[in-house]
Write a protein that binds this ligand. Structure first.
Ligand SMILES: [Zn+2]
Length: 263
């Protein structure tokens, strides 16, 4: 496999004095800076990075939480609607007292309590095509956790158009998948799904698989944004939790992909 350039947009930006970690921040991230984890320079790259996570429920919630706690400088979450009882088998950013309240507002308030060094922004709806592209141009990474193929493919298109890395996280039952995209260098989600497959809106899902896949997506994001570790570029990772099996497939780019074929 060809070498994949990590986060070209980030590497173009020279560190500024305000990007340095304060003594308080170094103390906060003490357990994740050192051999086998992040360097100080990698943690500083996280600090000046930004990520959009759309749908911060069972998967996106843990993803947003781990990026916030891990020190990604700006975390933008998007999720419409109010919290309902069936959310509470998997949605970790809200709790019983939040039932009936707007998810984006409640979830962002909770994230802010977890790390005062991180800026958290909330969007109280699912972005349409134009807004997704506008948002993609303002962040360094998108993690997509929507339940619908239409939204997942929309966010993939936005990330590819903006030239930023994209992580698709998906779940069904006790199974989850990740696809990690570097536009123009790896297959994109539309190479895998040229058209949205039939979709079952109220599919079954166990919270433990949601949190597992969401956390794996966050780890991919941390590796990409910090420039450390080896992201799963161009891979489809599938975790069949029911059978306890993990598999990885190298995805091939499609030359006739409507989304990335011209890159
Ligand atoms: Zn493609």
């Amino acid at each position: 496999m060809e070498a994949i350039n990590d986060s070209p947009r980030l590497s173009e930006e020279p560190p500024q004095p305000q990007d340095r970690l304060s003594p308080e921040e170094l103390k906060r991230y003490d357990r994740q800076i050192g051999p086998g984890v992040l360097t100080v320079a990698g943690q500083e790259r996280l600090k000046r990075a930004s990520a959009l996570i759309t749908r911060v429920g069972g998967m996106g919630g843990p993803a947003a939480l781990m990026l916030t706690m891990g020190g990604v400088g700006r975390v933008v979450i998007a999720h419409g609607g109010e919290m309902i009882s069936p959310d509470l088998n998997r949605q970790v950013l809200g709790s019983e007292p939040d039932l009936g309240k707007p998810r984006a507002e409640q979830f962002s308030a909770y994230l802010r309590t977890m790390n005062r060094f991180v800026e958290v922004e909330a969007i109280d709806h699912e972005p349409d095509d134009a807004e997704a592209l506008e948002l993609a141009r303002q962040v360094d990474l998108i993690i997509a956790c929507p339940p619908t193929f239409a939204e997942r493919l929309r966010l993939n298109r936005a990330a590819v158009s903006a030239g930023i890395p994209f992580i698709d996280a998906a779940q069904w039952g006790m199974t989850g998948t990740l696809v990690v995209v570097q536009p123009g260098q790896t297959a994109c989600l539309e190479c895998l799904y040229p058209a949205a497959p039939p979709f079952e809106e109220l599919f079954p899902v166990v919270g433990a698989i949601s949190a597992t896949i969401g956390s794996m997506a966050a780890l991919e994001g941390i590796k990409i944004l910090s420039g450390e570790g080896q992201p799963l570029w161009g891979q489809l990772l599938s975790y069949d939790g029911r059978q306890g099996r993990i598999s990885q497939i190298n995805l091939q780019r499609r030359a006739d992909c409507d989304c990335c074929g011209n890159l």
